[in-house]
Every structure is written in C-alpha cells, then in structure tokens.
Design a protein around this ligand. Sequence first.
Ligand code: ATP
Ligand code: MG
Length: 397
Amino acid sequence: MNTYIIRCGEVALKGMNKPYFEKMLQDKIRARLKRLSLNDIKLQRREGLIFLYDYANHDEEQIISAVSKVFGVSSISKAIEVASELEEIKSAAVTYMKGLIEKRGAFTFKAEAKRADKTFPIKSPELSRMVGAAVLKGCKVLSVDVHEPQVRLFINVRKDKTYIYEDKISAIGGLPLGTNGKGMVLLSGGIDSPVAAFMMARRGMLIDAVHFHSYPYTSPRAQQKVEELAELVSDYCGKINMYIINLLPIQEAIVKNCPAEETTILVRRFMMRIAQKVAEANDALMLITGENLGQVASQTAQAIVASDSVVSMPVMRPLISMDKVEIMEIAKDIGTYDKSIEPYEDCCTVFLPKHPVTKPKLENLEKSESRLDVEALIKQALESCEVKTIHPKSVVM
Ligand code: ATP
Ligand code: MG
C-alpha cells in the first residue's frame, strides 16, 4: 500500500506534552487538506508519525506542497507500507526499485534498514544485507555502493508495518500553530516585518497585526498593499486580525513640538505604546517587530533601547542579528518579497528628518515628550482604529 510518512520534528521531543502537540499537528494538517478540498484523504497518527492514505485521486505534488507548509512538519517521505515480515519486505523492496529503474534507468544503491520495533527478529545490519541481496538479485541492472550510493533505500521496520522509501522531502519545521500563544506584529509594507511574523508563527505563535498609516499622506493603495502582504503571511499562520491606525495626528504633534532629529524615534515610541495597548486588549502576549540591529537610524542599539523603554511587554525581534540578504532570502522563500518591494509610501517615510538622531538619550526624548499630551494622543489614535480580518487567499489555512 502507498502512503506518505509525515515526520513531526521537534514535536517528537516534547515529552509529556507529545500527544497534545501531535494532535494539534494532525488537526492543522487535516484543516489544510480540507481547505484544498482534499478531505477524503485519510490521516492516521501512530508511533509519533502521521500517515496519509487514499490520496490516489489527487495531485500528489499539491498534497506535498500543502503538507510541507504546515508548521511542525519536518519532513515527508513517499513510502510503500508492507507487513513486517521478511519475505514481504524483500519483495516490496524489489518492486519499489523496479519502479525507480523504470523512471530513471540504472543506479547504484545502498539498503539501510532500521528496526524501530526491537521485537522484529532480524537486526538492522543483517536486514540491510538481506534486502540489499534481494534487490541485487531481483533488479539485475543495479549495483551496490555503500559509500556514495545514488539511491539510499530505507527500510523502516515498525510495529506490524514496515515502510520502504528513498528520500526525505524537507518541510517547513517549527511547531504547530496555536501551541505558543499570540503575538502582535507591527506590520509595515516592508520586507522585514512579514518575515518576522512568519518566524514567530513558525514557533507555534498565532499572529495579529497592527499597521500604522498617515492618511492622506499615505494612500489607500499603500494600505491595500499591506493587507495583501498580511494575506500572504496568513497562508502560513492562519487568519490575522489587523488593527489599522492613523498615526498622522501624532506625527503632526511631534513635528510641531519636538526637535526634528528626534521625529523618527519619537514616532516609534508611540507606535510601541499603541501596539502594546492593542495587544493587551486582544490577548496577545508579546509584540513582534522586523527590527534589525543597525539597519537604519531608528534601529541602532540606543534607538532600540529607547523604543523598548516605553513598553513593558516583551518585544520579539527575530531578525535582530540577521544580514539583510538573509532576510531577503526568507522573504523570497515564503513568497512575500515581490509584494514587499512594490513601491508604496510608508508612514515612517512621511516627515523623515534629514539628520535623524542615531544615539538618542532617554532623558532628551522624555523631555521632548513632556511637551505632548501622550495619553490623549494615544487615546485618539486608538479611537481611529479600524479592524480587518485577513484570511488566507489561496489554498492553505
Ligand atoms: P520593514 O521592512 O519591516 O518595513 P524597515 O527596515 O523598513 O522594516 P522601519 O521602517 O524602521 O524598518 O521599521 C522597523 C519596524 O517597525 C518594522 O519592521 C515594523 O515592525 C515596524 N513598523 C514600521 N513601520 C510600520 C508601520 N507603518 N506600521 C506598523 N509597524 C511598522
Ligand atoms: Mg518599514
């Protein structure tokens, strides 16, 4: 019988909580298949693995692509399942290899048996030799190469059933969504913040987002772009509640009352305060930003200290130590890059000072803020908040 073996990576390490994580993962895979109208595919959870059956009527590439994007799935193998009996294993291995020869011509191989079920009477090295010999005899064109085989034939002996497969397709990894609370990402239209959201979601965190605009200085189209970005991220992390807030009155108050070189950092401090309020009101445990040490004036070590000091909630900055090229690579991999580089204005680029302060001093910033009615400005911004629920557009949940 054909099956796909889905391995759960870190979920397998979760000790006492293992059944909970595995069940969550199974539910997430099932939900994703359902979204693709693949609900007739059967899923079974056994011995720390998840198996797919009855998928013959569907496009296998589509199945693999969908399952490999579910957080918590570490790898997938297309396998043949047979009873754990020597003769059956040998003959299935020969049939499997004949199928490969038909597709690719001759190749060198190595049989690698692993006995997960220690009650199986033949030890792994011996079983490898026996299956290898059977394959050589049954597929005359093949030869063995134990050092650099073109095909590694895995024979995984489990309780009652044995699985024969060739390779592991690596998947997205991480932990199942919903196993690690909720985070509130400060989502701009740039490259970084969608990647930051993705990285936290990959650790099982649900995601909501705050987006700031400066309408009418920023256009409705710019906001539309951010919604489209959120939609792309939601392909991985499920629905995102997006809180959209007009920052313009705050920016104007800062420009009018505070030193020009502090504008950017003061605006950022307001963003953080407001994001924390939104997070608290919506059960998010942490803030998430796409900040990256030294990338721009507002992301120097001192600037990060200055924006951190106005919030009490932990701020996750998963990109903090990465190089821009590495962030761009991830953005390309997850499919947000092309959308991110569309040229629309961001509220941060409105009122950009010519010479932003790069080493802001807390006492100076606090002095500048004493000229503003901080609480009233925050209250007003929160009152302008508009909420949109972003659902994944395509296939995945
Ligand atoms: P990004 O590519 O994420 O826009 P960036 O390099 O442009 O990052 P900044 O504009 O300094 O960096 O912003 C740093 C972080 O602040 C962003 O990653 C994001 O988390 C948050 N941020 C910036 N602008 C906005 C906005 N308009 N709405 C919500 N969050 C924002
Ligand atoms: Mg930005």
